[in-house]
Design a protein around this ligand. Sequence first.
Ligand code: AMP
Length: 216
Amino acid sequence: MNILIMGGPGAGKGTVSSKIVNQFKILHISTGDIFRSEISLQTELGLTAKKYIDQGLLVPDEVTNAMVKSFLEKQDISNGYLLDGYPRTLAQAEAFDKLVKGTDLEIDKVVALEIPFDVLSSRITGRRLCKSCGAIYHITYSPSKKEADCEKCDGVLYQRKDDTLESLEVRLEEYSKNANPILTYYSSKGLVSTVDANQSLETVWKETLIVLGENK
Ligand code: AMP
């Protein structure tokens, strides 16, 4: 099965993505991860991408599309894939569809995680991360048993610089600006199913499985 997952900041896309990949044993294609790996390997692509990523900009479509194309050529995708973070613009969606048209790599399903703004704002502004091990907490929903320290490794917890209401608004607006045309595009092909992400992870996962045809 070939799946595209969409979800704005704080919608839980990372968690649901790893569960999908485990459940269906498909290849996880995260363009953000690929860029980070290219940057750490200091490849030409990585150096180009870094210039944009460091400024909080999207990497240009031509660069991103070419990277996805060459990634697909190198990987075993016989079991299907989960696209995560790509396509991020309508032009990328159209380029990807053109690339895979008529092959068994066409997208079968788009899962859109949806969450209301007020819920998002409390999820994001309450988020705390461990400086040492990266563990994620929430001051209300999943606080550390050691308060300001990480209960796993005693590291110090901190708030990401961009986990504020102002930057959430900017990120959401940015996300919607690009995501809405993509969702409209795939909706017109009858591929989009929305999942209410404002529920327990267990329920979100159950609904995701139903949407993906695994409703046992
Ligand atoms: P992510 O981890 O998905 O948030 O991606 C990190 C950064 O990589 C983004 O902020 C963008 O600068 C860049 N990036 C990832 N995916 C794409 C994409 N599909 N198109 C353009 N830039 C991307």
